[in-house]
Design a protein around this ligand. Sequence first.
Ligand code: C2O
Length: 627
Amino acid sequence: MKADKHNTPPQTLSFLHLLPYKNGENGLITLLKTPISTTSTLHSQHFSLSLSLSLYMANLATLFTVLLSLLCYSQTGFGLVQWPGGTSTRFYDFKVQTMRVTKLCNTKEIVTINGMFPGPVVYAQEDDRVIVKVTNETPYNTTIHWHGIRQRLSCWSDGPSYITQCPIQAGQTFTYEFTIVKQKGTLLWHAHVSWLRGTVYGAIVVYPKTGVPYPFKYPYEEHIILLGEYWLKDLVQLERQVLASGGGPPPANAFTINGHPGPNYNCSKNDVYKIDVVPGKTYLLRVINAGLNMENFFAIAHHKLTIVEVDAEYTKPFTTDRVMLGPGQTINVLVTTDQPIGKYSMAMGAYMSAKGVKFQNISAIAYFQYLGAVPNSIALPAQLPSFNDNLAVKTVMDGLRSLNPVNVSKEIDTNLFYTIGLNVQKCRSKTPKNNCQATNNGVLAASMNNISFIRPNISLLEAYYKKINGYYTEDFPDVPLKFYDFVNGAPNNIPNDTQALNGTRTKVLEYGTRVQVILQDTGTVSTENHPIHLHGFSFYVVGYGTGNYDPQTANFNLVDPPYMNTIGVPVGGWAAIRFVADNPGVWFMHCHLEIHLSWGLSMVFIVKNGHGELETLPHPPADLPLC
Ligand code: C2O
């Protein structure tokens, strides 16, 4: 099961290593039977993949059900007419379930998919059709978002609750369907309701089309590294409590690597993830930050990381000692096992660029263990940058270049300037001690252009599509309502100056508009690196810098900028992104730090239909949940 030839389709190789993992109560890693199935129409390789997958299927009855449902799908054919169908169709069955887990000497119920933590991996090839039937067997409202999948003409399957759909309620089912068009690499899926994504997340691995090699040295093996944050408290309650307090969130109880905190934490000596490696080989690590509220550094002791792909787009190889990922970001790195036989730490630590915020400062550790190493030996420690090392972040960002020259629009139709940051709102509670715990007895909020997004209680996409009035406005401003020194002005000791307006405001874009957005961090409460994520598109990051954006001095890269779906806007700085609004629908843009999203650091683009079927959003699926 080792990859050694360039022309072999990758998904038939090293497959065992890619199977979803699950921690036993004692932290042991067991390969799981995975409830997935694929069907193939064209390629025999797919057929063998589908055969080998069926070996892992729970039983033949499941296979039968799956085939039956596929039959039904092809008959109703929703969406298949509008877009060239995938080469294969991949069917996944996601059951949202609670499960008891013991971590950090504490047993609690977490929400999972199919009782797996992290959840199952969604495998596909570029151009495939992916169908995921999600059945909610928990009391919690749920949706799943396919983070970074561009959802061409399938906005209905995007997943953010109250933006493109109402939540899937207890006992209900919703089937997501999308085609993976012109993208390949590593992405993630996660719940997009309250803070459920703290445990409801998993990897998406999109392989190139059959016969298309990677543009880098073929790895001996591939591994998925999901960085996460773990709380002992129930996450739905925690969000409620934090919002009610008016103050900031507590830090996570632990960072995790593939669900395991590692030996630095209480009771976690054996709750450690481990990759066994062979000397003299090159490994591909698909690193994903699935954490809630933190940005993180990742490094491996004594090993260089060569970045080859970011947010499922190839980059020029860039070698570094560490990477930084905000939640929602993915980085593929090559690692060569060129060090003496031994046991090396893989470490995930905090990157906290805001001032005065409490955070988890213990690193999660996993092992990168050479064949022949003494199993119980001490792992060599990894060197992580200090928590506020902004330069380390900039160095990695400077290294990100698209592999090939790109086709970024030189002309801009719509120039937007959006500030991003936190606010302190006036206390309106009769019990300020309980509810107004921010600076000066205020309430923390967050905003774009100083408008704090209020989540509607119906799906905006539905409201837009069905022309239901009264749930949103179309007046999200193109520039801030007030201009001032965004980075250094309005310090947090003047609460009156930091109030945001509330609203569910959208920005409407005509089909095909060439858009540039300058994202400008503010120091209203504290400057901070914000991982801003756009649904429905990737964007070119054509520029970034520190301080207030100044068009006179800003440097733009229009030759080989990286193509991303989440950009960590530098602390006290700005980033410029460009995209063409050629995907009709309602698309969320927000900070991927979950607490900032809860506080309102988001806005919505409405992209209108163009002409003809290929530029028009199809009808909603029949099983779209009701609010
Ligand atoms: Cu990864 Cu709107 O989310």
